[in-house]
Write a new protein. Structure first.
Lengths: 250, 250, 250
């Protein structure tokens, strides 16, 4: 009996809308209504705020949760609702729907098989400001239920030009969690490697209890990224760091 | 092919319970258990806290998300668990379940066809403090699944008397979002109209990028309300405003 | 017609992961994917942080929401991902999956019929730090769908030894809600009993409106616990209290 073999496709939502307010719920309801029996799961709603670059490295790390057939509705400003079209990226069997602002850059780059379509369909009355609800959510539901909609094939080279310049790994903090731990855009480093953040040199460890209280360290987090933490402390405060802070080899 | 034609009814939850604590989850679980296959979606759980007046204008604006057949479980204090009965409002085919404290006043007033029932059913052991879980949630599930329960027709005129005095549009801030943007209880104004909030005169714009950084403006938000914002700033701080702050024509 | 007779099992999630970040969503998605049609409901994600003792009393109080056949995935650090195995506790027909760190101690003690199994199954590549996603979530899905997995019967006496010393009721604050109300680990007291918290003597009341604004009191909260509150105030601030603060008979 193979007990790691899950079945069934899912729809994931990844956004910077926050847990409060009506926006997450409104967009989610549009997907749920359109997608019938396909389960819809909020993956996270505090993606790096209006920062598609940091969000792109985070989403790529989280993609290990996705299986072929899954649909990922991902919305991070800016560029949502702009003149640039929304896109559907199919990467190794997983479909990503969202803005063409670089959010899917690392997904695209790391996939072995990828195609892009631009979304041509428009609702009769789209809000100037809420393409997540009015365009991306219905399209995600249609993709999840194999329904057709107006779209055009797009050349890979025509995707967000600025994002094509981004490095393969981002040596910066890309997310700060509730405890002040710092996720970086680089993959996990060996425990014997040194990292430097704001002039602090850190060694590696397997987990928190392997260092003294108050000590900083880097470790392989549960989505494969190099994460910087302080045992019994807040790394963001101890190292005066936030999204965008550089992390270098020591 | 009509791609705007979604199918299937849904249950929405609108409350002031907050994202933390066991109350949102407890109430949601009662609806999910009772409603079987009907999808349940948290619309928002940070409705104006203990403020059914502000919440009433917000819920009415959000009602554009609902379709005939949908069920909306809405709970905002005070008045929940008091001697006044809970009600079921059917407005243009959408059923709203919650307290008779004015929360549905604007829904009722703007509907073209509306009926009200008072909820007579009582569980054998209702908590003194949690009618959302013990009364409204089971009733919402029964309405969504077409099951009978004890209720009595109610005259429209017998609904919450204080709320019947509220204006058709509320010229006040009714919600402050995570970014400090100020939703008002008035519908979106033309871009050439001026608004005044705490002695600041604001012009209209289509969206943030149409004004200079630091400038305040009003615009049509994605649920049709007039919203006040500051490009690259927090309107709540710049204008020292919060829920209840007056907004006047300039 | 028996209108209190809900049907169908559910899966509940109880954790200290917080509403932000990818961890709640990632673990939830693993349960949803594995459990097919069984509804999954987040009960709360701000359980007492890294405090399985306080969380154990809270979870036991919340267990009144569960019905025979339900599955509860509960994860509170520390001890998750340690050498101690995860466990499945079946208590009066409800299955609890999580770490053997005392989190289920009060559930076990208050049940009339209880069995424990240790989880022997391991995924091929489990994260060092995220057993919630990699072990407990799949097991919860299998339990909910009656699938077999590798597990061993465990003696009750072999469960977390430290927890076996905990009292039957905990005379301390175990949770502070958004409004500063203080849930305690003792069951609701009669309104004529006095309680003392940090030298403040409090009488009992039925609900907030039964005391003067600014007055503190204790009352029976909606999950049967003795809760301390201040009408129109924050009890945590007025009484300088937090999780762990003692509450004594007055």
């Amino acid at each position: 009996m193979d007990q790691s073999g899950y079945l069934g496709s899912m729809i994931f939502i990844f956004s910077d809308f926050g847990v409060n307010g009506p926006y997450s719920g409104t967009m989610r309801s549009m997907v749920m209504r359109g997608a019938g029996d396909v389960p819809v799961c909020d993956l996270m709603c505090d993606a790096p705020d209006r920062n598609p670059k940091a969000a792109s490295y985070l989403l790529a790390a989280l993609s290990r949760e996705f299986r072929a057939g899954d649909v990922v509705l991902a919305v991070v400003d800016p560029g949502v609702g702009s003149v640039r079209k929304g896109i559907v990226v199919e990467a190794d069997g997983v479909s990503y729907i969202g803005p063409d602002n670089g959010l899917f850059e690392l997904i695209i780059r790391r996939a072995s098989k990828v195609t892009i379509k631009s979304i041509d369909w428009r609702p009769e009355a789209a809000s100037a400001s809420f393409h997540g609800r009015d365009i991306f959510a219905p399209v995600a539901a249609w993709v999840a239920t194999n329904q057709a909609f107006r779209a055009s094939p797009m050349q890979l080279a025509d995707r967000c030009v600025a994002a094509q310049e981004w490095p393969d790994e981002l040596d910066e903090v890309i997310y700060v969690d509730t405890y002040g731990n710092l996720m970086t855009g680089i993959s996990a480093r060996g425990q014997d490697e040194k990292l430097v953040i704001n002039n602090h040199v850190l060694g590696g460890a397997r987990t928190f209890s392997d260092v003294h209280p108050g000590d900083g360290f880097h470790y392989a987090n549960s989505i494969g990224l190099c994460e910087i933490a302080v045992n019994c402390g807040r790394a963001d405060q101890v190292f005066a760091a936030g999204i965008g802070t550089r992390v270098c080899a020591g």
